[in-house]
Design a protein around this ligand. Structure first.
Ligand code: GAP
Length: 516
């Protein structure tokens, strides 16, 4: 049995081998935490985006989309708080010259203590078998109790330091916990200091007086600054939402775990503008809707969980993450935040414009509150790959790697294959592909044995393989082979379109979403 870490390495290698994700500028040895999507990756990514976009703008009459520019007026980021507060606490090791996030070093230390507790429990469970009572063991075993007390105290100290952003205390925790640099093995640390995550560049020539502009670190601000434009031109009535998909940039220091934390990534964000006082109901509504959206893909309900935030940003009155079970643990894929009227009020203050809503029902004007749903396309992509990747042992000792992708998201829906490369079979196969290609992404493959061709399609998650043989020429039927069961059926060419449509139609998911 492969460990989770080995499985993750295999998924990363698989992504490269089958044209899903490549390191950026690879011939120049890559660029840290920046990736390119290949021929299959871009199809999967586009399908994810389509699933999200349509679930927002088709299913909800009161949600419209926009596409704002990446560059925005620099004051936007002053108003939003990103210039002053979008920081990571960093620390350097003087011997290795490596830079770390102080919070991550401490979180790793917390995880180590948790591991120690778990090891004691696993050992005891083995020793006592069925009679083992975990709760009793936790409350009586001296070693476990010591570790737990250490864990609780450290947790408390760390939360306090982070809440106050007390950089000296963060450093002191690292010193007291005797945390060493994983590279040099030493404790020769610098002080902790703040590091802003926004990338900046200059706009205009210096002679004109160049202006420092930022690459947006989130797409949401493009929505807030267009609230009035959309509300007025679309004659939108509260509650209504604005959706956007686009690139965001963060100068992440700890950029790890492949496409989980990138420096250039894509977000799908929706800001839902509502009447003040209704925010907790709408927060609950969007929490449930977004979880259903994830679960409808069928990767397994137990792979998702909410992680409600205990400590909230000063402008939020509720926040949760939807986490997915990655090979490296449950990790945030999406955030749902109740942001009050913070952003619109800040933009009103900094721009000097009145940003309000006139409510015809109450004859009053007010600044709307906002519920935000914010998901990273790349993290969603990674969660789907991790949920779909499997190695299966086959009869006869063979194995196959299959991506059990939700058929609606699969990059290729069907591969058409002539059994042999002669006797008019390739021509017939091309004819069948022509019948399907206006509605579905299809491919054609005539190279190698049928078995090898099936494996190639399994590896990219193609739900259907269609084989054309000599009988096809006379009886107008083909063999269709299903990716997951590997079963084969003989079906009429005329029925192919409907079989593929039924399995890959997003409408089926949308009905599930709306009828739940
Ligand atoms: N507007 C709110 C916002 O940006 P966030 O929690 O910072 O909130 C939202 O980001 C989502 O964007 C995350 O849940 C994650 O999916 C994605 N995301 C954030 N930083 C990322 C990074 N460095 N690489 C990939 N995805 C990232």
């Amino acid at each position: 049995m492969a460990t989770q870490e080995e499985t993750f390495k295999k998924i990363v290698a698989h992504c490269k081998e089958y044209g899903f994700v490549f390191p950026s500028s690879e011939i120049y040895d890559g660029l840290a935490a920046v990736y390119d999507y290949g021929q299959n990756g871009v199809e999967l990514k586009n399908n994810i985006k389509r699933y999200w976009w349509d679930s927002m703008t088709l299913l909800h009459e009161n949600i419209v989309g926009i596409d704002a520019a990446i560059f925005m007026h620099p004051t936007v980021w002053k108003a939003s708080g990103h210039v002053d507060a979008f920081n990571d606490p960093l620390i350097d090791n003087r011997d290795s010259k490596k830079r770390y996030r102080a919070d991550v070093l401490i979180e790793e230390q917390l995880a180590k203590i948790e591991d120690k507790i778990q090891k004691e429990i696993d050992k005891a469970r083995k020793r006592f078998g069925d009679a083992f009572d975990e709760a009793q063991f936790r409350s009586t075993n001296v070693r476990v109790m010591e570790h737990q007390a250490h864990l609780d105290a450290l947790h408390q100290r760390y939360s306090d330091a982070m809440n106050k952003m007390d950089l000296a205390e963060l450093k002191q925790i690292i010193v007291d916990e005797e945390i060493v640099c994983p590279i040099s093995g030493t404790r020769n640390w610098t002080d902790v200091r703040q590091f802003n995550l926004m990338f900046s560049t200059e706009m205009g020539s210096t002679a004109d007086g160049a202006m420092r502009v930022y690459l947006r670190p989130e797409t949401a601000q493009g929505i807030f600054v267009n609230y009035l434009n959309v509300q007025k031109t679309g004659r939108m009535k509260l509650p209504f939402g604005i959706a956007q998909i686009g690139k965001a940039f963060r100068n992440e220091i700890v950029a790890r775990q492949f496409i989980f934390r990138m420096r250039e990534f894509e977000q799908m964000e929706m800001q839902f503008f509502i009447k003040p006082g209704t925010e907790l109901d709408w927060f609950e509504h969007w929490k449930q809707f977004r979880l259903r959206w994830h679960k409808a893909l069928g990767l397994g309900d137990d792979k998702y969980r909410f992680h409600d935030h205990e400590k909230l940003a000063h402008y939020a009155n509720a926040a949760t993450d939807i986490e997915f079970q990655m090979p490296f643990g449950f990790k945030e894929v999406e955030g749902i935040h109740s942001r009050t009227n913070f952003d619109l009020s800040q933009h009103a203050k900094y721009s000097g414009k009145k940003i309000e809503y006139f409510d015809p029902e109450t004859n009053t004007s007010y600044t709307p509150y906002v519920i935000e749903t914010s998901i990273g396309v790349d993290r969603m992509f990674l969660s789907i790959l991790c949920g779909a990747y499997r190695e299966e042992a086959l009869e006869g000792g063979d194995t196959r790697v299959v991506l059990g992708l939700p058929p609606v998201l699969a990059p290729v829906k069907a591969c058409v294959m002539p059994l042999v490369r002669k006797d008019g079979l390739p021509e017939k196969a091309r004819e069948i592909q022509d019948l399907l290609k206006f509605d579905f992404k299809t491919t054609y493959d005539e190279k190698d044995s049928i078995g090898k061709r099936y494996r190639r399609q399994d590896a990219i998650g193609t739900p259907f393989c269609i084989t054309v043989d000599h009988d096809t020429l006379t009886d107008g039927s083909v063999t269709i082979r299903y990716r997951d069961s590997m079963e084969q059926d003989r079906v009429k060419i005329d029925d192919l379109h409907e079989i593929i449509r039924k399995a890959t139609d997003m409408k089926v998911l949308f009905r599930k979403l709306m009828n739940a």
